[in-house]
Every structure is written in C-alpha cells, then in structure tokens.
Design a protein around this ligand. Sequence first.
Ligand SMILES: *Cc1c(COP(=O)(O)O)cnc(C)c1O
Length: 466
Amino acid sequence: MTNLFRSLPSMDAVLDRLTARTPYDALPRPLVRQAAERFLDLVREEIRSGVHTDETALALEALFPRLTAFVAVHTRPHFRRVINATGVVVHTNLGRSLLAEAAVAAVAEAAGRYSNLEFDLKTGERGSRYAHVEDILKTLTGAEAALVVNNNAAAVLLVLDTLARGREVIVSRGQLVEIGGSFRIPEVMAKSGAILKEVGATNRTHRRDYENAITDQTAALLKVHTSNFRIIGFTKEVPLKELKEIGTRYNLPVIEDLGSGNLFDFAGLGLGQEPTVQRVVADGADVVSFSGDKVLGGPQAGIIVGKKAYIDRIKKNPLNRALRIDKMTLAALEATLRLYLDPAQAAVKVPTIALIAQAPETLRKKARRLAGVIARTGPGLLTATVRPGTSRVGGGAFPEQDLPTTLVAVTPANPDISAACLRERLLATDPPLVARIEDDTLCLDPRTLADDELTLAAKALAQALA
Ligand SMILES: *Cc1c(COP(=O)(O)O)cnc(C)c1O
C-alpha cells in the first residue's frame, strides 16, 4: 500500500499538468488547487479501501481523464444556468421571469458603461434614479405617481411603514396569506410597525366588518391578493370599489398588495380572474404594489403606484434608501416597460407572456420534436412518448388556471432506474435539467424549453442514463 501511495503524482505535478491546458489555465489558481487536493484525497481514500492494486493506474497520465472531469465539476461557478422543463413559467426557484432581449441588452450596457443613473442631463446636476421609470409607469397604469424598490416584499414593508407605523391597518382574515419563501402578511406588517386589525371570517368578510373596525387608530385599509391560495365555496370578499367607498367616507387610504401585478390583459388569452394594475388603479386604489419579475416579465423589483400625496411620502421615507433598486434592474425594468407601450408587441417580446400564450398546437408539435430528438440522442437507453398534460403560470398568478400542454414522458430502458432517480441524475448534468414527475414517470414540459434547448435536454437525458 505504501508503494501505491508513493506512486501518486505530486500536487505540483498535477497542478502543472492541469494549468498547462485550457480551460484550467484561465481558472483562479486557488480553485484549481483546492479541487486537485480533493481529488488526490479521494484517490488516497480509494487506496485505503483497497480499490487500487495496480501502481500504473495511479500514474498522472492514467488518472488524468478522471482528474479533469473532477476538476471541471468542482471549479465551475455555483450560480449556473439550468434547463427548466417543469412547464412552470414564473418558477421562483429557477429565477422567475426571463428578460426580453431588449432588457438583456439594457442590463449589459448599464453594467459595463457609466450612465445618467442619478444625473440630470438637463442641469448637469444630481438627478433621481426613480425618474427613469416614473413617467412610463404613470402612462401604463394611469396612476398619478410611481416608485420602484428592491422587490414587492420591500414595497409592502415601505408602504406600511410610511402610512401606518404605530397605527392600525384593517385586513380581511381571508387575505392573511403566506407567499412562498416565507413572506407572511402578518409578519411583514409587524416588521413595519403597523398594527394588524383582522376582520371577518376566513371565508367571508363583509363591508360592515371593515366599517365596524374603524377607529381613530385606523391608518389604512389593506387588500392582499391571495396569490397561490384560494378559498372556494361559501365565500365573500369586499370588492375594491366598495373598499374605496369606505376609504373615502372615513378619509383612509386603500392599499392593495397585488402580488403578481399584470399590465397585460390576459383575458384575451382565455385567462380570467386577475385584474390588471390599470383596472385596480381605475377602481380607486390609493396605493398599489406588485412584483417586477412575476407575470410582468421583468427583473426583480417592487413597483408602487398610486396617488401622488401618498407616493411622495413613501419616497421620503429613509427606509427607501435601504430598499433601493440597483442600476441594472432599472435598466431592465425600463426596457421591459417600453415593450408594454404596445401590448401586441409585449405579447411577443416579453418571454413570460409569450411562454404563457403558446398555443396547444404549437406545444404539441414542440413535444413531438422533443420526443424525436430524445429518441435519436439516446437510442436503447429510454423510450419517449407524448401525452396531454398541464403547465402552470407560477408566481402565485392564475393559480387555478391549467394551461394545456403536451408532455414528453421518459421511461428508462433499465427498470432499476426509477423516475425519482432519473430526476436526481438530471440535476447533475451540465447544464442541469429540472423536470417533473407525474404518475411515477419523468415528464418534460416543452412550454418552458427554448427551441435550442431541445437538444440540450436530450443530451442531458443521454448523459444521465449513460
Ligand atoms: C409574491 C408576492 C409578494 C412578494 O413579492 P416579491 O416580489 O417576491 O418580494 C408579496 N405579496 C403578494 C400578494 C405576492 O404574491
């Protein structure tokens, strides 16, 4: 065994050999060294457990293919691209919305060049970073004023902190929801210093419930979009227009946390039930907040629109500075919003809308193409068949809406490989492929696959089953 250990190449020899060639020569040295150390540790462990008996197998040349594969895996960036075959368009764990081409270009320019981020080109003096998107948000939503912050959770916190700190905010019990990733309305409210005044029952809240709860301690009425949660059956909510009547009578602002606020009217695509931001503003909400990266299809941001008097106060809150939006986000947001000036253009160029809007026939063809590519790439390893299925919008938008799609169901030829095992192996491919399991079968949904990802998906399957 001592001889086996002795025949292992030295660390210096390993490093010299590795860094003499691409891509390892371009990688940070400490990363390569750490990976090589781990590899040698692994081989030593193998020697100890009797895996190796032959000295020649431990020569650098003999170990090299394994070494390079190991180093490639252990030196790559942690934050990576994945292939989303789940069919969930706004998948919070996979980065939510894909940006439109124009937004991607705007991000690159904002990132690599100086800009007028906080510089007024008319006066040559300090300007406001919010000015870049305020006018377009006013045009698109019909609101008097607008402000953008880091995300919608920050928007809700900032709005409540500004308008209701130390005072009461009335909310229906049916709307005290938790959104994925631990955003809970009661907890955000507590953090803002506003006092939650719950009214009504879980399933039914009436106008009189709000009116009876109003005291001189009341600061606002809050309506929360229940996002990925629905109460069905014997239910009642007070519509925004009625809340606004109450607000007007008692001189209280009506705030709406719209969650995934859409600027595009999805009713034309047969997706109903979700009011647009424009509708909510027109129905009288004084302050409305929503996410930039849910159905809107832009970057992570929290957008706040509403009456100028309230927005002005929110802008002046010192907390705003801590929640501020960065320049790359602003660039992406403005580019995305510009597409919405022409809704027909937005439908085609904003990926989130385009992915949701794909026709069943288009998806059927894409699924057949995908099944064909998979069968050709991994002959003998698997069978791929198409079957009808459903995709989801995600991001808490249109939660009850099934989007019809065609799935590609993949069955490994080896019966010992379960769907769960295959799903796990696919996560280790490069790039990783995220699929879903339905009826104990691994399924790929072509809705969230770009045309040039069909081959990548097929290669991932071949790699996972090889
Ligand atoms: C998603 C959501 C939030 C949080 O928005 P982020 O942009 O993820 O911070 C807040 N409220 C509602 C109703 C939501 O659906």
